[in-house]
Ligand binder design. Structure first.
Ligand code: AMP
Length: 632
């Protein structure tokens, strides 16, 4: 067993030697000639010349050795179904899906947009794209037509794969009408829409465009579609994430680097072994779903549970019953889910045999100490917080117990992960902070390790400007998170430096929500801020200035207008982005140069001191907000 600080140091000082060793964890059709090309910083090219395939590494190589071992365990408590696919069965389904996509005109490099609930067919689609070298772009099913249309226009997919409906808490959530509307709104029109009909919601088909999965699957039932060997840097997927502008960023991932990074993380961080079962409770619409529902566990030869449903239905024991039934060894969830369970009867957590479980990993948002302590005691297992972003694809900070076991410290996601040269930077001087306990921006020296974003889809300039030029005078990758480090090298996250908020582990851009609210004909101006919430970590709060203030003069009128605006956000962006409240004000607090004082609004909403207000133009605007949010 290595000493972790040495392991980390070597990953930085002997980058090529370190990653050459990790690259042996996956199969290469053609070996690479260079480990990392970094002649054009900040663009890193990992495993130059090597040819590989994500689907081969996730499915085929295991199907050849352990064809009957379970690979994909699909469980839906929404439609009460459970299907276990062995590696061989998964390979067959993926080949069928690959043949269908080819039949619909998808070629290597083409984009396939996936707008689907948590079904096995969504996994087949992602893996089929990887198999034929198409670039998948999964859009979270909770997003509505406007969000979807923006992503369709950016990705320009040849084909969109979707379903009639998802289901949440037993209630059918139709997808097709939202998709149809999005395609109408978008400038780009896909050549075909492949519909997986679950029989949940009737829908209308567009002749000549909409194809039926069941019919095409039957046609391609015996299809054999070989994996296309891709050069390591060829893109595997794009995944949209929110930033400081209203336009989402298409995080672009490579093939070889991502495959190696995931294989290494399964060994050194998550400690999953072939033949064991991994259960991540995320959704394929998020990065965790890509890395640790689909690719990571399968690359490691593990079975992966894909779960459609709530953590509390039929009761709060459902996840733990799956741990017992499928002998889950590694589980991955989000702090919000733990907080939801905390509200239920704790007996549900001890009813099942959890002896197979090694640890519960939590990520995506700050993990508060009471929740961590509670869940750790309730299930009697170690809780491992880990910190990362859509951009990195795998953890930046964690405890790498697979390298050398180390204690966790509640409130901290751990130390810098191997491959990441993490620094804390003083915002004003751009100097590195070495003093324990002093706050700075968490930044990473280039090159980023394998698996991280290559660029923003079709926008190298935005990639460089956004991530590598935000720290004054230095070319470093900014995470846009504040942090501190203690004397032992453990980091603590103190929140975002930008206008991104985190609701129940879901990342949302306040600008996107503001743009949606502004499209209401009665809204002149609006500010959206993230406010601390006991359950969801943060919620969005909106303060709007109306064109016709008289229309919300009475409490009943204000409530009706608030409901109307929330409905508008639901229909454009989806319920995930809906603010907790929309309050009406006569003006917004701004600086004399017209800049919105979001941090001051946020502080006031959290009943904190808003700090230095010397630049404020009109203090009464902030006072008005204070009066609205202060409990009577
Ligand atoms: P996303 O790209 O949606 O995964 O969101 C990434 C952001 O979530 C980070 O920049 C952090 O602000 C936050 N985040 C992720 N993991 C953690 C964690 N373990 N602790 C605190 N914040 C986290």
């Amino acid at each position: 067993m290595a000493h972790y600080p040495d392991f980390h140091r070597r990953s930085i000082d002997d980058r090529d030697g370190f990653w050459r060793e990790q690259a042996a964890l996956i199969d290469w059709e053609t070996p690479f000639s260079q480990v990392c090309a970094y002649s054009r910083p900040p663009f890193a090219h990992w495993f130059v010349g090597g040819r590989t395939n994500l689907c081969h590494n996730a499915v085929d190589r295991h199907a050849a050795q352990r064809p009957d071992a379970p690979a994909l365990i699909w469980v839906s408590t929404e439609v009460d179904q459970e299907v276990v696919y062995s590696f061989r069965q998964l390979q067959r389904e993926v080949e069928r899906m690959a043949a269908i996509l080819q039949d619909l005109g998808v070629k290597q490099g083409d984009r396939v947009l996936v707008y689907m609930p948590m079904t096995a067919e969504a996994a087949f689609t992602m893996l089929a794209c990887a198999r034929i070298g198409a670039v998948h772009s999964v859009v979270f099913g909770g997003f509505a037509s406007h969000s979807l249309a923006t992503r369709i226009d950016d990705a320009e997919p040849t084909v969109i794969v979707s379903s009639d409906a998802g289901s949440r808490g037993g209630k059918v959530v139709p997808y097709k009408p939202l998709l149809d509307e999005a395609i109408t709104l978008a400038k780009h029109k896909p050549a075909a829409v492949l519909m997986v009909d679950r029989g949940l919601a009737p829908f209308s088909r567009v002749a000549g465009r909409d194809a039926d999965y069941a019919e095409l699957r039957a046609r391609h039932i015996d299809a054999q579609v070989p994996c296309v060997w891709l050069e390591s840097s060829e893109p595997s997927y794009t995944l949209y994430t929110s930033g400081t502008t209203g336009k989402p960023k298409g995080v672009q991932r490579d093939t070889g680097g991502y495959c190696v990074a995931l294989a290494a993380s399964m060994k050194h961080i998550y400690m999953g072994q072939p033949g064991e079962t991994y259960f991540s409770t995320s959704d394929i619409g998020w990065v965790v779903g890509h890395s640790y529902i689909i690719y990571g566990p399968l690359i490691a030869g593990m079975a992966t549970i894909m779960y459609e449903g709530l953590p509390t239905r039929p009761d709060a024991g459902v996840w733990w019953s799956l741990v017992e039934k499928y002998k889950v060894s590694v589980m991955f969830s989000a702090p919000t889910a733990a907080r939801v369970l905390k509200k239920q009867d704790p007996a549900f957590l001890t009813r099942y045999n959890l002896s197979s479980l090694k640890a519960l990993f939590l990520a995506g948002e700050p993990l508060d100490e009471p929740t961590a302590t509670w869940i750790s005691q309730a299930i009697g297992k170690p809780i491992i917080d880990n910190y990362w972003q859509t951009e990195t694809g795998w953890p930046i900070l964690a405890i790498c117990n697979g390298v050398e076991p180390a204690p966790t410290k509640f409130g901290s996601p751990g130390k810098a992960v191997y491959g990441f040269d993490v620094r804390l930077i003083d915002e004003t001087t751009a100097e590195e902070i070495t003093e324990p306990g002093k706050k700075g921006v968490i930044a990473v020296e280039g090159p980023l390790p394998p698996g991280c974003l290559q660029t923003i889809w079709r926008d190298d300039e935005r990639y460089v400007k956004t991530y590598w030029q935000s720290i004054h005078k230095r070319t470093m990758y900014s995470t846009f998170d504040w942090g501190v480090k203690d004397a032992d090298g453990y980091f603590y996250i103190l929140g975002r430096t930008d206008d991104v908020i985190n609701v129940a582990g879901h990342r949302l851009g306040t600008r996107e929500i503001e743009e949606s609210i502004s499209s209401h004909p009665n809204v002149a101006e609006v500010a959206v801020v993230g406010v601390a919430d006991n359950l969801k970590g943060q919620v969005a709060m909106a303060f709007a200035v109306l064109k016709d203030p008289a229309s919300a003069a009475s409490p009943a009128d204000a409530l009706a207008l608030e409901g109307e605006i929330m409905k508008l956000v639901d229909s454009q962006l989806g319920a995930v982005a809906r603010p907790a409240r929309v309050r009406f004000v006569s003006g917004l607090p701004k600086t004399r140069s017209g800049k919105l004082l979001r941090r001051a609004i946020q502080a006031v909403c959290e009943l904190r001191d808003p700090g230095d207000l010397t630049t404020i133009e009109d203090p009464s605007a902030l006072q008005q907000i204070r009066e609205l949010v202060t409990p009577a």
